[in-house]
Design a protein around this ligand. Structure first.
Ligand SMILES: [Zn+2]
Ligand SMILES: [Zn+2]
Length: 165
C-alpha cells in the first residue's frame, strides 16, 4: 500500500512539470520579424558587392604588376626590374632611399606610380628623416651639383660644336 501511494505522488509531479513546459513553448519571437530589405537597399548592396569585386581585382597580383610596369621601357618594377638609362624608371623600382640626403636618414621613398606614368619621369613620395636645416644643406648641394653638371655638359656641347666646325 505504501509503495502505490508513492507512485501516485510521482505521477502527479510529472504532470505539473509537463504543463510548465507547454507554457514556455508559447513564448517566442513572432515570425514577422524576418529581415526584409527594400529595393533601394538591395541595389545599394549589389553596388557595394561590385565595388568589392573590383577592389579585389585591383588588389590582385596581375593588376598590381600591370600597373607597376614602366610605360617607357616596359620593365616590371614590382619584380625589382629597372632600366638604367630610363627616366621613368629613374634608377629605382618601387622604393628608393631618401633622395634629399641620398639615404643618410634611412628613410625609404615610394614611387608615385601614376605621376611617374603621366610625366614619364620617376616621381617619389616620402619625407627626409633629417632636421630641416640639414635637409636644406643637402638640397643646396644637390642644386649646386646639378648646375655644375649642367655647366660641364654645356661646355662639352660647346666643345663638340667647335670640333665639328
Ligand atoms: Zn623604364
Ligand atoms: Zn633623407
Amino acid at each position: 500500500m505504501d509503495h502505490d501511494e508513492a507512485m501516485q505522488i510521482e505521477e502527479d509531479a510529472d504532470c505539473s512539470h509537463d504543463s510548465g513546459c507547454m507554457l514556455e513553448e508559447s513564448v517566442g519571437a513572432p515570425p514577422f520579424f524576418a529581415v526584409q530589405i527594400s529595393r533601394e537597399e538591395f541595389q545599394r548592396q549589389a553596388k557595394e558587392h561590385t565595388k568589392e569585386a573590383l577592389q579585389r581585382l585591383v588588389g590582385s597580383l596581375e593588376f598590381k604588376q600591370m600597373q607597376e610596369t614602366c610605360k617607357t621601357c616596359n620593365v616590371c618594377w614590382s619584380l625589382e626590374h629597372i632600366s638604367l638609362e630610363c627616366a621613368e624608371c629613374g634608377g629605382f623600382a618601387i622604393q628608393r632611399p631618401c633622395p634629399i640626403c641620398s639615404g643618410r636618414c634611412g628613410q625609404l621613398w615610394t614611387r608615385d606610380i601614376d605621376m611617374s606614368h603621366a610625366m614619364r619621369t620617376a616621381h617619389w613620395q616620402g619625407d627626409c628623416g633629417l632636421p630641416k636645416e640639414q635637409q636644406q644643406v643637402y638640397l643646396y648641394r644637390a642644386m649646386m651639383d646639378d648646375s655644375e653638371t649642367a655647366i660641364s655638359e654645356a661646355l662639352k656641347e660647346l666643345n663638340t660644336e667647335n670640333c665639328d666646325r
